[in-house]
Design a protein around this ligand. Structure first.
Ligand code: KG4
Ligand code: ZN
Length: 355
């Protein structure tokens, strides 16, 4: 019988300290034995965003405890692990350093291979715990720091066909929520309060909706919300603006995903559409993706809700895929605060994209 493979995943790229242990028996999909996430929401709430130094300090305080908890819950022995995988980028330097150095120390002490994982690859593979998704597929990656359409041809083989030219979609949700006084993180709050609002009350812009291929833009939306803010008198007005914001985002996603599908068809076969990242937890976004998929004859895939936001199970599954291909890293591997999935793609944020 084929040996079980046990992989530890470690994630500290931003404000979640997470450790997971997964097991692969050769059958699909791998099993999650432990998936511990310690969120720092309380630490950063009063600042309305993540404070890197505080985040790093909190990772340092918690990482060992979280790792011990994952080992205990999964009932495996440290020595039985086949490899230690950890997020090496992209993310906040001070935060990445904590988890990745912890992984290095563990790999060295246990004499096990170290696997450096791109956080975004973790998101890209996160639906694979649930379904028999196979390559190639179109990926819409929507998180707090990234908004991209990618053609995924295989492990480590990504072609970016669209990206945001300014703010990430999650950033737009968070900034809008902050302007409306809903608190941090804003995405879930906007989703919740939108249910109580009238989405047709405020007319918000859809920047570059008819140009720029499947590139996206969200900065103008936030500015428009700021402009309307002075008109808000009641709670209901705030809910109306939240609902109008979310429905505008949905229109942008609908249109741009259609364009991305067209682009995708020129480059790859297959009809799978994966939506991953923290914003993929939004149920209205899932509905709109289901609608586009139905219209375009694509099959949509989403990660389980608890695997949308940052977690270490997605890092472990990326580690597992690399392990199976003998893709290990040296102990002197340096973290990469900027690490694009498509190495040929240019960093566009704030620099303006050719439209
Ligand atoms: O993937 P993630 O946990 O962290 C990054 O890698 O960025 O994504 C976090 C982002 C935040 O901007 C958060 O507000 C957003 O995901 N988010 C949501 C929802 N849940 C989380 N945005 C919209 N609707 C939600 N339900
Ligand atoms: Zn993420």
């Amino acid at each position: 019988m084929r040996k079980k493979i046990l992989i530890m995943g470690i994630e500290t790229s931003c404000d979640e300290t997470a450790v997971s242990i997964i097991q692969d028996n050769g059958q699909k999909p791998p099993k999650i034995l432990a998936n511990i996430i310690s969120s720092q929401e309380e630490v950063h709430k009063k600042f309305g965003g993540v404070v890197p130094e505080l985040a790093a300090r909190s990772h340092l305080e918690k990482i060992e405890l979280i790792a011990k908890k994952a080992i205990k819950i999964s009932k495996v022995k440290l020595q039985d692990l086949d490899a230690i995988s950890a997020t090496a980028g992209p993310g906040l330097v001070v935060c990445l350093s904590v988890g990745f150095n912890f992984a290095k120390a563990l790999a060295l002490a246990l004499k096990k291979p170290l696997i450096a994982v791109n956080h975004l690859e973790g998101h890209a593979l996160s639906p694979m715990f649930e379904s028999k998704l196979s390559y190639p597929y179109l990926l819409l990656l929507i998180s707090g720091g990234h908004t991209q359409f990618l053609v995924v041809k295989g492990l480590g083989k990504y072609k970016r066909i669209g990206t945001t030219i300014d703010d990430a979609i999650g950033e737009a949700f968070d900034k809008t929520a902050k302007l409306l006084g809903f608190g941090f993180p804003g995405g879930p709050k906007i989703e919740k309060f939108s249910k109580k609002g009238n989405a047709n009350k405020f007319d918000l812009p859809q920047p570059i909706i008819n140009k720029g291929g499947c590139n996206l833009s969200f900065a103008g939306l936030k500015t428009a919300v700021l402009r309307y803010k002075i008109l808000l008198k009641t709670k209901k007005d705030k809910y109306d603006l939240a609902a109008s914001f979310q429905s505008t985002v949905l229109k942008i996603i609908y249109k741009k995903t259609k364009v991305a599908i067209k682009e995708y068809k020129k480059l790859a076969k297959g009809n799978s559409l994966v939506v991953a990242g923290g914003v993929a937890a939004n149920k209205e976004i899932r509905k709109i993706i289901n609608k586009v998929s139905l219209e375009e004859n694509f099959k949509p895939y989403f990660p389980e809700l608890n695997l949308c936001s940052d977690n270490a199970a997605m890092i472990a599954i990326a580690g597992l895929k690399k392990f199976k291909k003998n893709k290990f890293d040296r102990l002197d591997f340096s973290i990469k605060p900027r690490w694009s999935l498509d190495s040929k793609a240019k960093f566009l944020k704030g620099s303006g994209v050719k439209l």
